[in-house]
Design a protein around this ligand. Structure first.
Ligand code: NAD
Length: 437
């Protein structure tokens, strides 16, 4: 256990493996497969020296973890954040392993990150850092070994630099080594909004099962970045009443509903949520309150969507949650202790590995398009995404109902069955134990 300030927060990876233990009670899987899934396959820590604009040399810490690649090449994003650590990257790679198996994608799980506050760097410094990261991990990645993508505070521009740097090292164009690239460098239509679109499809598939329709459903969203902001847009267009949104600086709340199109426009201009409603025309259109992120999480709404960072709902604040349904767009926003408290309160949680899997699914589509050289329209991408997300949301729901378990455990059961089959197919204990036969 790590002791962070006043609260005791479990190591992310050990907390993540508690979900595995829970799901293992409901699957028949070999001891060998279980043993292998309890450890990351490779964990690489690197130092990245970067020449800063003022001439100084600054050295950053970076990581790349390939958790498991039994079902295919490692697949996972790269995060730039001051809190990035090996433990965080390992747990994110663990989640990617289960997410790719849950969506039945031919990928294993991986993740990367750099401990940095990217907002403090100039664009040129950010580019040198991104290229330096690829120099440092080049031997560990590849089109058929480990494929990168965007995550928190990384974007298409950074993915373009990374693909270009890797191609320079390899002396050939290697588009498929990075997904989430700009369209002009071989990106896929729909990748920028894929996580949000996937989450929207899961919400639209699940809420009717609880007799909820959009017009009568209130929603609060924590995190207004790539995923949270685009999802707010899709939900608002479908008629959901979004009453609160927030970013790292704080949030805004309007019980009668926010005009999301205006919020998105103002956020893009001001780059700060609290400023959105306090200046310009929107201020006069809708009355609102400025609230903290903790207040947002505790709002009495139908649907709560954490779309920022991990460990936002822990044993410390789970009792305050009043939402009836939680759809996890962020990776790991709820700790395993909090899961138990929410379960007792009758709050239904739809897990990250299902809800936010639209991003990696369209990343897979991008990789396929890069390798075939045949590019799809936005309609084709969204149609294929809808088919995949609906199918696995329904599978998860059926498993949850059949085994009388929560949706998170059901999603892990679904993924574990696929992972177990693949791991066993590679050879298990039974091959090596002497028998009389
Ligand atoms: P992003 O960097 O675009 O946005 C993150 C948002 O969270 C920003 O609005 C930021 O201000 C806000 N934020 C940061 N700290 C906060 C805090 N303490 N409280 C409230 N808000 C805070 O990142 P993103 O790509 O939207 O990713 C968000 C989450 O979704 C992450 O957990 C990420 O791993 C997950 N996710 C993203 C994708 C993707 O394709 N973008 C795919 C799968 C999962």
């Amino acid at each position: 256990m790590q002791n962070l300030g006043n609260s005791t927060v479990p190591s992310l990876l050990s907390d993540a493996s508690k979900r595995l233990e829970q799901a293992l009670k409901h699957v028949t899987i070999s001891e060998d497969a279980i043993a292998r899934l309890q450890h990351p396959k490779t964990s690489l820590s690197v130092s990245i020296p970067v020449r800063m604009d003022d001439g100084r040399l600054k050295v950053f810490s970076g990581y790349r973890v390939r958790y498991d690649d039994t079902r295919g090449a490692g697949k996972g994003g790269v995060r730039y954040h001051p809190n990035v650590s090996l433990d965080e990257v390992q747990s994110l790679a663990f989640w990617m392993t289960f997410k790719c198996a849950l969506l039945d994608l031919p990928f294993g799980g991986a993740k990367g990150g750099i401990t940095v506050n990217p907002k403090e760097l100039s664009k040129a410094e950010l580019e040198r850092l991104s290229r330096g990261y690829i120099d440092a991990i080049a031997d560990a990645i590849g089109v058929d070994t480990d494929i990168l993508a965007p995550d928190v505070y990384t974007n298409a521009t950074i993915m373009g630099w990374m693909m270009d740097q890797y191609s320079t090292i390899q002396r050939q164009l290697c588009r498929g080594v990075v997904t989430g690239k700009p369209l002009s460098l071989g990106g896929s239509n729909g990748r920028d909004t894929a996580t949000a679109m996937g989450a929207f499809i899961v919400i639209q598939t699940m809420l009717p099962k609880f007799q909820l329709n959009p017009q009568e459903t209130t929603v609060a969203i924590q995190g207004f970045g790539n995923a949270g902001s685009a999802l707010a847009g899709f939900l608002a267009e479908a008629g959901y009443k979004i009453v609160a949104v927030s970013d790292s600086k704080g949030g805004i709340y309007a019980p009668q509903g926010l005009d999301i199109a205006s919020v998105r426009e103002h956020k893009n201009q001001s780059r700060e949520m609290k400023a959105v409603y306090c200046q310009g025309s929107v201020c006069s259109i809708v009355e609102h309150q400025v609230i903290s992120n903790q207040e947002l999480l505790a709002l009495d709404v139908d649907v709560l969507i954490p779309a920022a960072l991990e460990n936002q709902i822990t044993a410390n604040n789970a009792d305050d949650i009043k939402a009836k349904y939680i759809f996890e767009v962020a990776n790991g926003p709820i700790s395993s202790d909090a899961d138990k408290i929410l379960g007792k309160k009758g709050i239904y949680v739809f897990p990250d590995i299902l809800v936010n899997a639209g991003g990696v699914t369209v990343s897979y589509f991008e990789w396929v398009q890069n390798r075939s050289g045949w590019y799809w329209t936005l309609e084709e991408v969204n149609q294929r995404l809808k088919a995949k997300m609906e199918a696995e949301a329904e599978n998860t729901w059926t498993i949850a109902k059949d085994l009388i378990i929560d949706a998170r455990t059901a999603a892990y059961v679904n993924a574990l069955n696929r992972l177990g089959t693949a791991l066993d197919a590679k050879g298990t204990r039974n091959y090596f134990v002497k028998t009389d036969k």
